[in-house]
Write a protein that binds this ligand. Sequence first.
Ligand code: PLP
Length: 504
Amino acid sequence: MNPLSNLQTPTQQQTAFYSKSLFCATNTKEYQQAMDMARDCVVAFLEENKKPFSGIAPETLKKQFESLNLNIPLAGYEKVFQEAKELYTQHAIAFHQPGYVAHLNCPVVIPAIAAEVLISAINSSLDTWDQSAGGTLIEQKLIRWTCDEIGFGSKADGVFTSGGSQSNLMGLLLARDHYAVEYLNHNIKKEGLPAEASRFRIFVSEAAHFSLQKSAAILGLGEQAVVKVKTDRSFRMNTVLLEDAIKREIGNGNIPIAIVATAGTTDFGNVDPLTAVANLAAKYRLWLHVDAAYGCGALLTEKYRYLIDGIEKANSVTVDYHKAFFQPVSSSAFLVNDKRYFGLVTHYADYLNPKDHDDNGIPNQVNKSIQTTRRFDALKLWFTLRIMGKEGLGNYIERIIETTKEAVKVIENDSHFELLNHSDLSALVFRYSACPFKSFDLNNINLHIKAQLYKNGFGLVAGTKVNGQFYLKFTILNPLTTTTDIQDILNLIKQHGNEYIDFN
Ligand SMILES: *Cc1c(COP(=O)(O)O)cnc(C)c1O
């Protein structure tokens, strides 16, 4: 007897009940209406938010959340979008506004946003071929393209990640496990850390990203494993001091395993001398990881590609498309010059990616990733390149680098300011320094300025500390930001600085 015959055909009412709001063929109408309203909500965000930030204080916004009961649904999409506007979009930080020059958030391009609609609806998971099919091939083709742009050879490979932090973690993970296999004949994946691991050392510049210390901690090496090498006057790793540090650690009985060079530091946008660092890595047989989370933008332009020459000498590279390729979060990749390194992290699960898949040529990206279920972020970059080409994005990069050079002139020609760096890319660290009396603390004045800018929301800048002193920072990533916008923000800074002095 057919067991299915015991099941009654559901009534129309039952079908409606069990398919409520599901993404399925019977609900195309709801899907279309919801998407239309979502689009209208985004268009309103573009048209109605006139400045980068409303300036709302956390206390004020928090109050609106207090009485909400998530167990009582709202009456429909109209109500949901109204609520989203009040709680979120009205006060969201608008990265597309030319006056937003704070953190490393680029404005995003429309082809990528269109791809995002497909990504979340179709919801492929890129861990295995049997959950993604063509999605895996699209990702692989983009990885190959990126490897070619870097100048890696035919053995190179890579995988999309959630961000630069994860890519850096993978770089140090492979460096650690590769060292142990190669020089200690020890398999960390299987046996855990060897006794020598507490003496492993990784060299970074003092301007490198903090995710490297976090990674060393996660990897069981401790933050102590990260040796910070001083930078030169332009905030690039000083390679004389790098070699001194390597020798010193060896002299102390420690074990250098890797160097991380930063191609575009988060604070200064400067690129470590990649070729000189690569030569030292070769001399001491160390893994070279290049963190190009920010500097990867130079891959897009012939004019500025020279800035990251030497990147092709790396064992592994971090690129962040959501920092410098105008992609929505998240979109990043981790790349190696030899795909065999990924064997260090591969785990074959019988239910997901059995070993025989490899033998039969079935591509499973999970073999190269520390994630399992993984978004099809690659489709965003695919749409972007298919609509705009590399050149379209490259023009943006050229523009922001040139705007930054103009901004340098403006800041340097104004006696109210002290500029700390010239940038290879587009980050400038400076402070208001027009202080007539010594009794004023420049740190307090600049902290006041930053807080006032945030409260008024017309121009948003970041802040950072250099040698214990507080500075303001411009990160220019919007091709629409002009020298006039920069001048306007500088005028606001002067106004808040002057008013602090007048009132204190
Ligand atoms: C932002 C940044 C990272 C971290 O990237 P996420 O995508 O934020 O995780 C790493 N390195 C550098 C140089 C960065 O600027």
